[in-house]
Design a binder for this molecule. Structure first.
Ligand code: B12
Ligand code: SF4
Length: 464
Protein backbone atom coordinates (compact mmCIF):
# COMPACT_ATOMS: atom_id res chain seq x y z
CA UNK A 1 0.00 0.00 0.00
CA UNK A 2 1.52 3.41 -0.95
CA UNK A 3 2.54 5.64 1.93
CA UNK A 4 1.99 9.39 1.77
CA UNK A 5 3.61 11.90 4.10
CA UNK A 6 1.57 15.11 4.11
CA UNK A 7 3.16 18.18 5.58
CA UNK A 8 3.01 21.92 6.00
CA UNK A 9 6.63 23.00 6.29
CA UNK A 10 7.08 26.40 7.86
CA UNK A 11 10.34 28.34 7.71
CA UNK A 12 12.04 29.25 10.97
CA UNK A 13 10.84 32.87 10.58
CA UNK A 14 7.22 31.73 10.73
CA UNK A 15 7.79 29.07 13.38
CA UNK A 16 8.68 31.96 15.70
CA UNK A 17 5.15 33.29 15.55
CA UNK A 18 3.86 29.93 16.67
CA UNK A 19 5.46 30.81 19.98
CA UNK A 20 4.44 34.44 20.20
CA UNK A 21 0.83 34.13 21.17
CA UNK A 22 -0.50 34.64 17.65
CA UNK A 23 -2.99 32.25 16.12
CA UNK A 24 -1.76 28.71 16.23
CA UNK A 25 -3.89 26.74 13.84
CA UNK A 26 -3.90 23.08 12.98
CA UNK A 27 -3.24 22.14 9.35
CA UNK A 28 -6.68 21.12 8.14
CA UNK A 29 -5.80 21.48 4.45
CA UNK A 30 -3.58 18.41 4.58
CA UNK A 31 -5.92 16.94 7.21
CA UNK A 32 -8.58 16.87 4.49
CA UNK A 33 -6.22 15.32 1.94
CA UNK A 34 -5.15 12.73 4.50
CA UNK A 35 -8.60 11.58 5.58
CA UNK A 36 -9.73 11.38 1.96
CA UNK A 37 -6.72 9.29 0.92
CA UNK A 38 -7.19 7.02 3.94
CA UNK A 39 -10.87 6.57 3.07
CA UNK A 40 -9.64 5.30 -0.31
CA UNK A 41 -7.30 2.78 1.32
CA UNK A 42 -3.96 4.63 1.36
CA UNK A 43 -1.65 5.08 4.34
CA UNK A 44 -0.88 8.64 5.42
CA UNK A 45 0.88 10.69 8.04
CA UNK A 46 0.15 14.38 8.72
CA UNK A 47 2.75 16.80 10.02
CA UNK A 48 3.02 20.55 10.63
CA UNK A 49 6.45 22.00 11.27
CA UNK A 50 6.13 24.12 14.39
CA UNK A 51 9.45 24.31 16.09
CA UNK A 52 11.12 21.15 14.86
CA UNK A 53 14.47 21.63 13.15
CA UNK A 54 14.68 20.78 9.46
CA UNK A 55 16.96 17.86 10.33
CA UNK A 56 14.37 16.47 12.73
CA UNK A 57 11.71 16.74 10.03
CA UNK A 58 13.92 14.88 7.58
CA UNK A 59 14.51 12.15 10.16
CA UNK A 60 10.76 11.82 10.67
CA UNK A 61 10.21 11.51 6.94
CA UNK A 62 12.96 8.90 6.78
CA UNK A 63 11.26 6.97 9.57
CA UNK A 64 7.96 6.91 7.68
CA UNK A 65 9.59 5.82 4.42
CA UNK A 66 7.05 7.51 2.16
CA UNK A 67 6.42 6.74 -1.49
CA UNK A 68 4.95 10.22 -1.84
CA UNK A 69 5.46 13.48 0.02
CA UNK A 70 2.63 16.00 -0.33
CA UNK A 71 3.35 19.56 0.79
CA UNK A 72 0.83 22.32 1.40
CA UNK A 73 2.47 25.53 0.27
CA UNK A 74 1.59 29.12 1.05
CA UNK A 75 3.68 31.74 -0.74
CA UNK A 76 5.67 32.67 2.35
CA UNK A 77 6.64 28.99 2.76
CA UNK A 78 7.50 28.33 -0.88
CA UNK A 79 11.28 28.73 -0.70
CA UNK A 80 11.50 26.63 2.41
CA UNK A 81 9.26 23.93 0.94
CA UNK A 82 11.46 23.76 -2.16
CA UNK A 83 14.61 23.63 -0.10
CA UNK A 84 13.19 20.76 1.97
CA UNK A 85 11.94 19.01 -1.18
CA UNK A 86 15.50 19.01 -2.55
CA UNK A 87 16.76 17.47 0.66
CA UNK A 88 14.02 14.85 0.64
CA UNK A 89 14.82 13.99 -2.99
CA UNK A 90 18.48 13.60 -2.12
CA UNK A 91 17.55 11.19 0.66
CA UNK A 92 14.91 9.30 -1.31
CA UNK A 93 15.39 9.86 -5.05
CA UNK A 94 12.39 7.66 -5.83
CA UNK A 95 9.94 9.48 -3.57
CA UNK A 96 7.55 11.62 -5.56
CA UNK A 97 7.01 15.18 -4.40
CA UNK A 98 3.54 16.68 -4.83
CA UNK A 99 2.88 20.36 -4.06
CA UNK A 100 -0.61 21.72 -3.39
CA UNK A 101 -2.29 24.78 -1.91
CA UNK A 102 -2.37 28.50 -2.68
CA UNK A 103 1.18 29.01 -3.96
CA UNK A 104 1.42 26.24 -6.58
CA UNK A 105 -2.11 27.15 -7.68
CA UNK A 106 -0.98 30.75 -8.23
CA UNK A 107 2.46 29.89 -9.59
CA UNK A 108 2.09 26.61 -11.52
CA UNK A 109 5.52 27.06 -13.09
CA UNK A 110 6.97 25.97 -9.75
CA UNK A 111 6.60 22.52 -11.31
CA UNK A 112 9.69 23.39 -13.34
CA UNK A 113 11.84 23.02 -10.21
CA UNK A 114 13.91 19.84 -10.38
CA UNK A 115 12.69 18.62 -6.98
CA UNK A 116 8.96 18.89 -7.80
CA UNK A 117 7.26 15.99 -9.55
CA UNK A 118 3.62 17.11 -9.50
CA UNK A 119 1.45 20.02 -8.53
CA UNK A 120 -2.23 19.96 -7.62
CA UNK A 121 -4.10 23.17 -8.41
CA UNK A 122 -7.15 24.20 -6.40
CA UNK A 123 -9.15 21.72 -4.37
CA UNK A 124 -6.93 18.76 -3.59
CA UNK A 125 -8.70 15.62 -2.42
CA UNK A 126 -9.83 13.96 -5.64
CA UNK A 127 -6.91 15.09 -7.78
CA UNK A 128 -4.39 13.85 -5.25
CA UNK A 129 -6.05 10.46 -5.00
CA UNK A 130 -6.48 10.15 -8.78
CA UNK A 131 -2.83 11.00 -9.28
CA UNK A 132 -1.54 8.38 -6.86
CA UNK A 133 -4.01 5.83 -8.18
CA UNK A 134 -2.88 6.46 -11.77
CA UNK A 135 0.79 6.25 -10.84
CA UNK A 136 0.27 3.01 -8.93
CA UNK A 137 -1.73 1.49 -11.77
CA UNK A 138 0.22 2.97 -14.65
CA UNK A 139 -2.73 4.74 -16.19
CA UNK A 140 -2.44 8.06 -18.08
CA UNK A 141 -2.22 11.31 -16.16
CA UNK A 142 -3.67 13.46 -18.93
CA UNK A 143 -7.21 12.63 -17.88
CA UNK A 144 -6.81 13.84 -14.32
CA UNK A 145 -8.06 17.39 -13.85
CA UNK A 146 -6.23 20.19 -11.95
CA UNK A 147 -2.87 18.49 -12.28
CA UNK A 148 0.61 19.60 -13.29
CA UNK A 149 3.08 16.90 -14.32
CA UNK A 150 6.19 16.47 -16.43
CA UNK A 151 6.31 14.51 -19.66
CA UNK A 152 9.50 14.19 -21.69
CA UNK A 153 10.90 17.08 -19.68
CA UNK A 154 7.96 19.27 -20.66
CA UNK A 155 5.58 20.79 -18.14
CA UNK A 156 1.97 19.73 -18.69
CA UNK A 157 -1.07 21.25 -17.01
CA UNK A 158 -4.53 19.74 -17.28
CA UNK A 159 -7.85 21.61 -17.20
CA UNK A 160 -9.30 22.31 -13.78
CA UNK A 161 -11.44 19.47 -12.47
CA UNK A 162 -15.03 20.21 -11.41
CA UNK A 163 -15.28 21.27 -7.79
CA UNK A 164 -16.58 18.86 -5.14
CA UNK A 165 -20.17 20.03 -4.71
CA UNK A 166 -21.28 17.57 -2.03
CA UNK A 167 -18.90 18.50 0.77
CA UNK A 168 -20.87 16.34 3.23
CA UNK A 169 -19.46 13.31 1.43
CA UNK A 170 -15.91 14.19 2.46
CA UNK A 171 -14.64 12.50 5.60
CA UNK A 172 -13.85 14.88 8.47
CA UNK A 173 -10.24 16.08 8.21
CA UNK A 174 -7.58 14.20 10.16
CA UNK A 175 -6.42 16.33 13.07
CA UNK A 176 -2.85 17.07 14.06
CA UNK A 177 -1.51 18.44 17.33
CA UNK A 178 -4.66 20.28 18.45
CA UNK A 179 -3.54 20.45 22.05
CA UNK A 180 -0.88 23.01 21.10
CA UNK A 181 -3.23 25.19 19.10
CA UNK A 182 -5.00 28.31 20.25
CA UNK A 183 -6.46 31.49 18.93
CA UNK A 184 -4.68 34.57 20.20
CA UNK A 185 -6.34 37.29 22.23
CA UNK A 186 -8.96 38.64 22.31
CA UNK A 187 -11.08 35.51 22.44
CA UNK A 188 -13.33 33.64 24.86
CA UNK A 189 -12.12 31.40 26.32
CA UNK A 190 -8.78 33.17 26.50
CA UNK A 191 -5.86 31.23 24.97
CA UNK A 192 -4.77 29.69 28.30
CA UNK A 193 -8.22 28.18 28.77
CA UNK A 194 -8.75 26.99 25.22
CA UNK A 195 -8.66 23.23 24.87
CA UNK A 196 -7.68 21.55 21.61
CA UNK A 197 -8.40 24.66 19.59
CA UNK A 198 -9.43 23.62 16.08
CA UNK A 199 -10.23 25.08 12.69
CA UNK A 200 -13.36 23.95 10.92
CA UNK A 201 -14.37 24.57 7.31
CA UNK A 202 -18.07 25.03 6.58
CA UNK A 203 -17.84 26.30 3.02
CA UNK A 204 -15.31 26.54 0.22
CA UNK A 205 -14.99 29.53 -2.07
CA UNK A 206 -16.09 33.14 -2.16
CA UNK A 207 -18.42 35.01 -4.50
CA UNK A 208 -16.31 38.15 -4.62
CA UNK A 209 -13.36 39.11 -6.69
CA UNK A 210 -11.02 41.35 -4.74
CA UNK A 211 -7.99 41.87 -6.92
CA UNK A 212 -5.40 41.13 -4.20
CA UNK A 213 -6.96 37.84 -3.09
CA UNK A 214 -6.03 34.30 -4.06
CA UNK A 215 -9.52 32.94 -3.61
CA UNK A 216 -10.79 33.51 -7.18
CA UNK A 217 -8.08 31.40 -8.78
CA UNK A 218 -8.24 28.80 -6.02
CA UNK A 219 -11.98 28.21 -5.99
CA UNK A 220 -13.41 30.10 -8.97
CA UNK A 221 -16.65 31.92 -8.21
CA UNK A 222 -18.69 29.06 -6.83
CA UNK A 223 -19.29 28.58 -3.12
CA UNK A 224 -20.22 25.15 -1.82
CA UNK A 225 -21.45 24.45 1.70
CA UNK A 226 -21.63 21.54 4.07
CA UNK A 227 -25.01 21.01 5.67
CA UNK A 228 -25.65 22.40 9.14
CA UNK A 229 -26.02 18.82 10.46
CA UNK A 230 -22.66 17.76 9.05
CA UNK A 231 -20.87 20.76 10.62
CA UNK A 232 -22.62 20.19 13.95
CA UNK A 233 -21.58 16.51 13.80
CA UNK A 234 -17.96 17.55 13.40
CA UNK A 235 -18.24 20.08 16.22
CA UNK A 236 -19.59 17.36 18.50
CA UNK A 237 -16.81 15.03 17.37
CA UNK A 238 -14.19 17.68 18.17
CA UNK A 239 -15.72 18.33 21.59
CA UNK A 240 -16.17 14.67 22.50
CA UNK A 241 -12.94 13.32 21.07
CA UNK A 242 -10.50 16.14 21.91
CA UNK A 243 -12.33 18.35 24.42
CA UNK A 244 -12.37 21.30 21.99
CA UNK A 245 -14.06 24.37 23.47
CA UNK A 246 -13.19 27.00 20.86
CA UNK A 247 -12.94 26.96 17.10
CA UNK A 248 -12.25 29.16 14.09
CA UNK A 249 -14.32 28.84 10.93
CA UNK A 250 -11.92 28.99 7.98
CA UNK A 251 -14.64 30.20 5.61
CA UNK A 252 -13.53 33.03 3.39
CA UNK A 253 -16.83 34.85 3.87
CA UNK A 254 -18.80 33.22 6.65
CA UNK A 255 -21.91 35.38 6.25
CA UNK A 256 -22.48 35.14 2.53
CA UNK A 257 -25.81 33.35 2.79
CA UNK A 258 -28.00 34.61 5.62
CA UNK A 259 -30.47 31.72 5.56
CA UNK A 260 -27.71 29.15 5.79
CA UNK A 261 -26.00 31.08 8.59
CA UNK A 262 -29.21 31.09 10.61
CA UNK A 263 -29.81 27.40 9.91
CA UNK A 264 -26.30 26.54 11.09
CA UNK A 265 -26.63 28.68 14.21
CA UNK A 266 -29.98 27.07 15.07
CA UNK A 267 -28.48 23.59 14.70
CA UNK A 268 -25.52 24.46 16.94
CA UNK A 269 -27.93 25.79 19.56
CA UNK A 270 -30.38 22.92 19.23
CA UNK A 271 -27.60 20.48 20.03
CA UNK A 272 -26.26 22.65 22.82
CA UNK A 273 -22.73 22.07 21.60
CA UNK A 274 -21.13 24.60 23.91
CA UNK A 275 -18.15 25.58 21.76
CA UNK A 276 -17.28 29.23 21.28
CA UNK A 277 -16.27 30.29 17.84
CA UNK A 278 -14.89 33.02 15.64
CA UNK A 279 -15.12 33.68 11.93
CA UNK A 280 -14.32 36.11 9.11
CA UNK A 281 -17.20 38.09 7.64
CA UNK A 282 -17.95 40.55 4.97
CA UNK A 283 -19.36 43.78 6.37
CA UNK A 284 -22.93 43.30 7.51
CA UNK A 285 -25.31 45.24 9.68
CA UNK A 286 -27.89 42.47 9.64
CA UNK A 287 -28.85 42.48 13.31
CA UNK A 288 -30.96 39.36 13.08
CA UNK A 289 -28.12 37.29 11.66
CA UNK A 290 -25.62 38.70 14.15
CA UNK A 291 -27.99 37.85 17.00
CA UNK A 292 -28.25 34.23 15.87
CA UNK A 293 -24.49 34.04 15.52
CA UNK A 294 -23.84 35.40 18.99
CA UNK A 295 -26.44 33.14 20.61
CA UNK A 296 -24.84 30.06 19.08
CA UNK A 297 -21.38 30.88 20.44
CA UNK A 298 -19.79 33.39 18.05
CA UNK A 299 -17.67 35.58 20.29
CA UNK A 300 -15.39 37.17 17.77
CA UNK A 301 -15.89 38.41 14.28
CA UNK A 302 -13.19 39.55 11.86
CA UNK A 303 -13.76 41.97 8.99
CA UNK A 304 -11.47 42.41 5.99
CA UNK A 305 -11.69 46.20 5.74
CA UNK A 306 -8.43 46.87 3.90
CA UNK A 307 -8.86 50.66 3.56
CA UNK A 308 -10.92 53.59 4.80
CA UNK A 309 -10.86 55.33 1.45
CA UNK A 310 -13.81 54.60 -0.84
CA UNK A 311 -11.66 55.14 -3.93
CA UNK A 312 -9.14 52.52 -2.82
CA UNK A 313 -11.94 50.11 -1.89
CA UNK A 314 -13.34 50.49 -5.41
CA UNK A 315 -9.92 50.13 -7.00
CA UNK A 316 -9.20 46.80 -5.31
CA UNK A 317 -12.68 45.52 -6.12
CA UNK A 318 -13.70 45.15 -2.49
CA UNK A 319 -17.30 46.14 -3.22
CA UNK A 320 -17.91 47.80 0.16
CA UNK A 321 -17.98 51.40 1.37
CA UNK A 322 -16.64 53.15 4.45
CA UNK A 323 -20.21 53.91 5.51
CA UNK A 324 -21.13 50.21 5.42
CA UNK A 325 -17.99 49.37 7.39
CA UNK A 326 -18.90 51.74 10.23
CA UNK A 327 -22.48 50.47 10.49
CA UNK A 328 -21.37 46.88 10.37
CA UNK A 329 -18.88 47.18 13.21
CA UNK A 330 -21.44 49.00 15.34
CA UNK A 331 -23.96 46.23 14.78
CA UNK A 332 -21.43 43.53 15.71
CA UNK A 333 -20.43 45.49 18.83
CA UNK A 334 -24.09 45.75 19.79
CA UNK A 335 -24.55 42.03 19.33
CA UNK A 336 -21.86 41.47 21.98
CA UNK A 337 -19.06 40.24 19.76
CA UNK A 338 -15.41 41.12 19.90
CA UNK A 339 -14.68 42.97 16.67
CA UNK A 340 -11.40 42.72 14.80
CA UNK A 341 -10.58 44.58 11.59
CA UNK A 342 -7.89 43.90 9.04
CA UNK A 343 -6.38 46.90 7.30
CA UNK A 344 -3.64 47.17 4.70
CA UNK A 345 -1.19 49.98 4.10
CA UNK A 346 1.36 50.48 1.32
CA UNK A 347 -0.89 50.90 -1.71
CA UNK A 348 1.68 52.12 -4.26
CA UNK A 349 0.14 55.58 -4.65
CA UNK A 350 -0.29 56.00 -0.88
CA UNK A 351 1.57 59.06 0.39
CA UNK A 352 2.43 60.29 3.84
CA UNK A 353 -0.56 62.66 3.58
CA UNK A 354 -2.84 59.71 2.87
CA UNK A 355 -1.49 58.00 5.98
CA UNK A 356 -2.34 61.09 8.02
CA UNK A 357 -5.89 61.08 6.65
CA UNK A 358 -6.09 57.38 7.50
CA UNK A 359 -4.90 58.16 11.01
CA UNK A 360 -7.79 60.63 11.38
CA UNK A 361 -10.43 58.19 10.21
CA UNK A 362 -9.19 55.02 11.90
CA UNK A 363 -10.33 56.21 15.33
CA UNK A 364 -13.89 56.62 14.02
CA UNK A 365 -14.29 52.93 13.27
CA UNK A 366 -15.33 51.36 16.57
CA UNK A 367 -13.31 48.15 16.41
CA UNK A 368 -11.94 46.34 19.44
CA UNK A 369 -8.78 45.24 17.69
CA UNK A 370 -6.97 46.17 14.52
CA UNK A 371 -4.45 44.32 12.44
CA UNK A 372 -2.46 46.24 9.85
CA UNK A 373 -0.54 44.43 7.17
CA UNK A 374 1.41 45.64 4.17
CA UNK A 375 -0.29 45.34 0.81
CA UNK A 376 1.20 42.16 -0.63
CA UNK A 377 0.65 41.14 -4.23
CA UNK A 378 0.32 37.37 -3.93
CA UNK A 379 1.47 35.75 -7.16
CA UNK A 380 -1.38 34.52 -9.29
CA UNK A 381 -3.70 37.33 -8.26
CA UNK A 382 -4.97 40.06 -10.57
CA UNK A 383 -3.22 42.53 -8.29
CA UNK A 384 0.15 40.84 -8.80
CA UNK A 385 -0.30 40.99 -12.56
CA UNK A 386 -1.32 44.65 -12.58
CA UNK A 387 1.56 45.71 -10.33
CA UNK A 388 4.01 43.66 -12.40
CA UNK A 389 2.80 45.36 -15.58
CA UNK A 390 3.47 48.72 -13.93
CA UNK A 391 6.95 47.57 -12.91
CA UNK A 392 6.05 47.92 -9.25
CA UNK A 393 7.07 44.51 -7.93
CA UNK A 394 10.27 45.39 -6.14
CA UNK A 395 11.01 42.08 -4.46
CA UNK A 396 10.44 38.57 -5.78
CA UNK A 397 11.74 36.78 -2.71
CA UNK A 398 8.69 34.74 -1.63
CA UNK A 399 10.02 34.62 1.95
CA UNK A 400 8.99 38.24 2.15
CA UNK A 401 5.40 37.64 1.08
CA UNK A 402 4.05 37.40 4.60
CA UNK A 403 2.39 40.78 4.80
CA UNK A 404 3.95 41.62 8.15
CA UNK A 405 7.46 43.04 8.16
CA UNK A 406 8.45 43.19 4.51
CA UNK A 407 7.22 45.48 1.80
CA UNK A 408 7.63 44.00 -1.65
CA UNK A 409 6.10 46.78 -3.77
CA UNK A 410 7.82 49.84 -5.11
CA UNK A 411 5.31 52.33 -3.68
CA UNK A 412 5.69 55.97 -2.69
CA UNK A 413 6.43 54.95 0.88
CA UNK A 414 9.26 52.56 1.58
CA UNK A 415 9.43 49.74 4.13
CA UNK A 416 10.78 51.79 7.01
CA UNK A 417 8.24 54.57 6.41
CA UNK A 418 5.49 51.96 6.46
CA UNK A 419 6.78 50.36 9.64
CA UNK A 420 6.71 53.79 11.26
CA UNK A 421 3.27 54.52 9.83
CA UNK A 422 1.92 51.27 11.23
CA UNK A 423 3.28 52.04 14.67
CA UNK A 424 1.72 55.52 14.53
CA UNK A 425 -1.62 54.09 13.45
CA UNK A 426 -1.62 51.62 16.34
CA UNK A 427 -0.78 54.41 18.74
CA UNK A 428 -3.45 56.75 17.41
CA UNK A 429 -6.11 54.08 17.45
CA UNK A 430 -5.43 52.47 20.82
CA UNK A 431 -4.60 55.59 22.76
CA UNK A 432 -7.69 57.45 21.60
CA UNK A 433 -9.88 58.33 24.59
CA UNK A 434 -13.01 57.23 22.75
CA UNK A 435 -11.46 53.81 22.26
CA UNK A 436 -10.78 53.38 25.94
CA UNK A 437 -14.27 54.56 26.90
CA UNK A 438 -15.79 52.19 24.38
CA UNK A 439 -13.91 49.14 25.64
CA UNK A 440 -14.84 49.98 29.21
CA UNK A 441 -18.50 50.34 28.28
CA UNK A 442 -18.40 47.06 26.39
CA UNK A 443 -16.87 45.24 29.36
CA UNK A 444 -19.70 46.51 31.54
CA UNK A 445 -22.37 45.69 29.03
CA UNK A 446 -20.99 42.23 28.19
CA UNK A 447 -19.16 41.07 31.34
CA UNK A 448 -18.55 37.63 29.83
CA UNK A 449 -16.08 39.27 27.40
CA UNK A 450 -14.00 40.90 30.15
CA UNK A 451 -11.20 38.27 30.24
CA UNK A 452 -10.68 38.76 26.49
CA UNK A 453 -10.42 42.53 26.93
CA UNK A 454 -7.96 42.08 29.81
CA UNK A 455 -5.76 40.10 27.41
CA UNK A 456 -6.25 42.71 24.72
CA UNK A 457 -5.15 45.49 27.05
CA UNK A 458 -1.94 43.56 27.80
CA UNK A 459 -1.35 43.19 24.07
CA UNK A 460 -1.97 46.89 23.47
CA UNK A 461 0.48 47.85 26.21
CA UNK A 462 3.17 46.02 24.26
CA UNK A 463 2.11 47.60 20.97
CA UNK A 464 1.94 51.30 21.77
C1 B12 B 1 -6.47 29.65 8.87
C2 B12 B 1 -5.55 30.43 7.98
C3 B12 B 1 -4.31 30.77 8.50
C4 B12 B 1 -3.84 30.30 9.85
C5 B12 B 1 -3.29 28.90 9.81
C6 B12 B 1 -2.77 28.42 8.52
C7 B12 B 1 -2.63 26.92 8.58
N1 B12 B 1 -1.45 26.48 8.80
O1 B12 B 1 -3.56 26.21 8.50
C8 B12 B 1 -2.79 31.34 10.23
C9 B12 B 1 -3.48 32.44 11.00
C10 B12 B 1 -1.61 30.84 11.03
C11 B12 B 1 -2.42 31.86 8.84
C12 B12 B 1 -1.27 32.52 8.60
C13 B12 B 1 -0.96 33.08 7.38
N2 B12 B 1 -1.77 33.15 6.33
CO1 B12 B 1 -3.44 32.25 6.21
N3 B12 B 1 -5.13 31.61 6.00
C14 B12 B 1 -5.93 30.82 6.69
C15 B12 B 1 -7.27 30.55 6.02
C16 B12 B 1 -8.30 31.50 6.63
C17 B12 B 1 -7.82 29.12 6.09
C18 B12 B 1 -6.94 28.01 5.48
C19 B12 B 1 -7.70 26.72 5.47
O2 B12 B 1 -7.48 25.89 6.30
N4 B12 B 1 -8.66 26.53 4.53
C20 B12 B 1 -9.53 25.38 4.44
C21 B12 B 1 -8.93 24.25 3.59
C22 B12 B 1 -9.88 23.10 3.44
O3 B12 B 1 -8.71 24.76 2.29
P1 B12 B 1 -7.24 24.94 1.70
O4 B12 B 1 -6.32 25.38 2.76
O5 B12 B 1 -7.31 25.82 0.53
O6 B12 B 1 -6.82 23.46 1.22
C23 B12 B 1 -7.30 22.87 0.00
C24 B12 B 1 -6.43 23.20 -1.23
O7 B12 B 1 -5.65 24.35 -1.06
C25 B12 B 1 -5.61 21.99 -1.49
N5 B12 B 1 -4.34 21.82 -0.79
C26 B12 B 1 -3.80 22.52 0.21
N6 B12 B 1 -2.65 21.96 0.59
C27 B12 B 1 -2.43 20.89 -0.17
C28 B12 B 1 -1.40 19.96 -0.18
C29 B12 B 1 -1.43 18.92 -1.10
C30 B12 B 1 -0.34 17.91 -1.11
C31 B12 B 1 -2.51 18.81 -2.02
C32 B12 B 1 -2.55 17.73 -2.99
C33 B12 B 1 -3.54 19.75 -2.00
C34 B12 B 1 -3.50 20.77 -1.07
O8 B12 B 1 -6.47 20.96 -1.05
C35 B12 B 1 -7.12 21.38 0.17
C36 B12 B 1 -8.43 20.66 0.30
O9 B12 B 1 -9.19 20.78 -0.86
C37 B12 B 1 -6.91 30.91 4.55
C38 B12 B 1 -8.08 31.38 3.76
C39 B12 B 1 -8.92 30.20 3.35
N7 B12 B 1 -10.16 30.16 3.75
O10 B12 B 1 -8.44 29.28 2.71
C40 B12 B 1 -5.81 31.94 4.71
C41 B12 B 1 -4.66 32.04 3.67
C42 B12 B 1 -4.33 30.61 3.27
N8 B12 B 1 -3.58 32.66 4.40
C43 B12 B 1 -2.94 33.46 3.68
C44 B12 B 1 -1.85 34.21 4.16
C45 B12 B 1 -1.33 35.26 3.22
C46 B12 B 1 -1.29 33.99 5.41
C47 B12 B 1 -0.07 34.71 5.99
C48 B12 B 1 1.09 34.96 5.06
C49 B12 B 1 -0.60 36.04 6.52
C50 B12 B 1 -0.11 36.50 7.81
N9 B12 B 1 0.91 37.32 7.79
O11 B12 B 1 -0.69 36.15 8.81
C51 B12 B 1 0.35 33.76 7.12
C52 B12 B 1 1.45 32.80 6.62
C53 B12 B 1 1.58 31.58 7.43
C54 B12 B 1 2.81 30.77 7.13
N10 B12 B 1 2.79 29.55 7.54
O12 B12 B 1 3.73 31.23 6.52
C55 B12 B 1 -3.45 33.54 2.27
C56 B12 B 1 -2.56 32.70 1.32
C57 B12 B 1 -2.02 33.47 0.18
C58 B12 B 1 -0.82 32.78 -0.40
N11 B12 B 1 -0.65 32.91 -1.69
O13 B12 B 1 -0.03 32.17 0.26
C59 B12 B 1 -4.92 32.98 2.45
C60 B12 B 1 -5.47 32.32 1.21
C61 B12 B 1 -5.81 34.17 2.87
C62 B12 B 1 -6.07 35.15 1.75
N12 B12 B 1 -7.23 35.16 1.14
O14 B12 B 1 -5.22 35.93 1.42
N13 B12 B 1 -3.36 31.59 7.96
S1 SF4 C 1 -10.72 39.23 0.07
FE1 SF4 C 1 -12.42 38.14 1.03
S2 SF4 C 1 -14.26 38.92 -0.05
FE2 SF4 C 1 -12.49 39.44 -1.33
S3 SF4 C 1 -12.32 37.73 -2.80
FE3 SF4 C 1 -10.94 37.29 -1.07
S4 SF4 C 1 -12.14 36.02 0.31
FE4 SF4 C 1 -13.59 37.01 -1.11
Amino acid sequence: MPRIFLAELNPASWQGSFELGGNRMDPISIGYISSYLRSRGLETQVFQQRRESDEKVLRMIKGFCPDYVGLSVMTSCANHSLDMSRRIKKMFPKTKIILGGYHPTGVPKILGEDCVDFIVMGEGEETCFNLIDALENNTPLEEIGSLGFKKNEELRFTERAPRISSLDDLPFPDRYGLEECSQGNPMIPIPENQRAFAQIAWSRGCLHNCSFCNSPQMWGKQVYYRSAENVADELEYLRNRFGTNAIFFTDLTFNEDKERVIELCKEIRRRNIGINWSCSCRVTDDEEMLKYMRESGCVRIGFGIESLDDRVLAEIGKGITVEQIGKSIEAANDAGMITRGYYMIGYPHQSQDDIITFQDTITKIPLDQIRISFVTPFPGTAYFRSQERKGLIADYNWDHYEGGGHYVLGGRLNESALLRARQELFKTFYSDKRYQARILAKMIRFPELKPAYDGLIQEITKLV
